[in-house]
Design a protein around this ligand. Sequence first.
Ligand SMILES: C[S@@+](CC[C@H](N)C(=O)[O-])C[C@H]1O[C@@H](n2cnc3c(N)ncnc32)[C@H](O)[C@@H]1O
Length: 371
Amino acid sequence: MAAVEAKSSAQIAMRGAGYYSAHTVGAKTVIDAATDLVLEAAAEIRLPDAATPFAVADYGCADGGTSIDLHRALIADIRRRETDRPVALYYTDLPGNDYSALFKRLQGMLPMDAIGFTNFARVYPFASGTTFYRQIVPSGTLSLGFSATAMHWTSAKPGQITGHVHSVGAKGEELAAFRAQSLKDWETILLHRAAELRPGGWLVMANFCIDEEGRYLGHTGGESMFDQYEKHWRGLHEAGAITRAEYDRATFQQHYRTPEECAAPFRDPDSAVSRAGLELKKVFTRVTACPYAQDFRRHGDAAAFAKAYIPTLRSWSESTFAGALDPARPADERAAIIDRFYDSYESAVAAAPQGHGMDYVHCFMQIRKRG
Ligand SMILES: C[S@@+](CC[C@H](N)C(=O)[O-])C[C@H]1O[C@@H](n2cnc3c(N)ncnc32)[C@H](O)[C@@H]1O
């Protein structure tokens, strides 16, 4: 079981060494948009005495670059009310995450962020390589939990998807299996967070979703990004560069819930989530425009657009495609195949850029634990 988990989590990793944050401007825009929800929730939190830390968790933090401004804003806000309040910040992600880049960033040792948290006193950052499908901090100790763009990764892959790479392209029983996995996972996530939160604590989340109009990541009109992935991956198979088994194995361990599905456990007073004390305060969807497509509309340089756009896709998808390749292939051969895959996508965008883009579609939620 542990080996299966470890193997599947290798297919979830973001690219390391700060690459993730350096190439995901849109993800930061999404987190910035959640700042008001976080500050509003923080203002409601009452701690029992002056020594109790205001404890914050960031679930699925990657290299920490996209959320650091949010955490700085939160700390500054806490400090405005309580100058001496200690703040404990728990950064959490999978065990294979690049914590080295995260630690350097927090200590102000990355060239693009030479401050980190070093300008705040009484801020104590920690990291835990524990999946959010388990309880991560001790019961009843967390003031505020935050997560962005992470909880669409399911705890297991319930199968492969025939003729596609993502559950958005699945049908029938294959789709039902991904949906069932994702709904079960959602309850697991919420129950662990309910245990971690102190009474009166809050959760703020911005999770990928399929919105009321059927839109999802990279599928808001124009070219559909996951269809493009499938097309270029299939192109490698048709050209003899990858085997049929490798083509079939490229299935993202992900599923996008609808806002209705996200809200359902809270709407039933008898659900395990409601009984655990969680109450939904706000839920809404939001589309965040692809910053690279927006830039292209301004500068009109197709090659420059393709060159800037593909790395943002690569930052989170590469591990899925690389993980589909036969491990018996030498590492440099696998690396060359993956480069060829993204090069083929980049050339297609450069040749016909219209309609490409990765708009983000999120379900924002603000949740309180009774107490
Ligand atoms: C797209 S990144 C988002 C990073 C950051 N939160 C943001 O919004 O920019 C998704 C992150 O979720 C992490 N992740 C995926 N499954 C996870 C799990 N089960 N437990 C903890 N982190 C997970 C990945 O490792 C990755 O770092």
